[in-house]
Design a protein around this ligand. Structure first.
Ligand code: MG
Length: 166
């Protein structure tokens, strides 16, 4: 059960991830969470985000954003980075991860999800059977319900790291 919360890999930030290796490993589509994964919560797409997506598209990846946020937040961001998007996604329900794969014409084996939260992002991606990368949240100042989830996440990550490095 805990296993569904475990990411396949971890990285400090999507801006430091080895996407060339992901491409050579057969990944063709990348699904991103937005808030605290690509930019601080609620922030618009900035230069690093725009440059990252340009690079990903040059590497041949399809990209799709999935967010539990609403269209006014998600659409302008997606337009700026030239990615597809699914808003109001109800993560961790797996349906909209599948919708993102449909949009990108990828399969679970060729899709990577990148996000900062275990209980929404990673759980949903695991339920959809796709590859997962957990990144550190960009902004340390978070809403109280997220702060509470972070405590629970730390407990899960404790077991996850212990399993990886016994
Ligand atoms: Mg997030």
């Amino acid at each position: 059960m805990l296993r569904l919360l475990y990411p396949e890999a971890e990285c400090e930030s999507p801006y430091r991830y080895d996407f060339e290796k992901a491409a050579s490993d057969g990944i063709r589509g990348i699904i991103f969470d937005i808030d605290n994964t690509l930019v601080p919560h609620g922030a618009p797409a900035d230069e690093p985000a725009i440059a990252l997506f340009k690079r990903l598209h040059l590497l041949g990846f399809s990209t799709c954003l999935i967010s539990n946020n609403q269209e006014p937040r998600v659409k302008p961001f997606a337009e700026k980075v030239d990615a597809a998007y699914v808003c109001n996604a109800h993560k961790p329900m797996p349906e909209n991860y599948r919708k993102a794969m449909e949009i990108m014409h990828t399969r679970p084996e060729t899709t990577l999800f990148i996000g900062d939260q275990l209980f929404t992002d990673i759980l949903g991606a695991n339920l959809a059977g796709i590859h997962t990368l957990l990144v550190k949240p960009i902004h340390p100042k978070e809403e109280i319900q997220i702060v509470l989830k972070r405590y629970l996440e730390r407990i899960v990550l404790f077991f996850y790291h212990r399993r990886k490095n016994p």
